[in-house]
Design a protein. Sequence first.
Length: 194
Amino acid sequence: MIWLILSVVIWGLVHSVMASLKVKATLDNLLGAKLRHFYRLFYNIFSTFSFIPILWLMRNLPDRTLYQIPSPWLTLLLLAQGLAAFGVLVGLYQTDLWEFVGLRQIISPRAKGESRLVLSGLYRYMRHPLYTFGLLFIWLSPVMTVNMLVVFIASTIYIVIGAYFEERKLLREFGEIYAEYQSNTPMLIPKIRF
């Protein structure tokens, strides 16, 4: 269990450091403008492949099943997971999937500092719908083992802490517009208005 926790903590630290403005600025100075546009793609590829050892540990370390949801509840959970996955896809589409992945920056690069703040669609109801729906997806798992629980708890903590630091970065980048957005829109859990 300690290896799982440690692996998520190390992954989270590396992931966060690589996402920081300071590291991006340093790499920008070292590598120059031509390679700047490849950073997001490299970051996403690295983040994805560096998470594979965590999944390997989760699957291969000694484990115990905590619960396994039977039918008909299994069908409901799988439908809910499907809706959560759909929510992630909608959020990615609304932010521009190609930009999120890092391909838009390569194909049609914007000027440095020319970012776009999305305030419509799912982002009208919560500031981080990708995190919300991603967390819903993992926590709606119809099977839960000790190893899964450890990774899910550690990932949830990382996402909440990471969202806090991302908010600080967005405030620096977008200023008053983002501050107003913060004051009117919940971070992860949308307000339900009737």
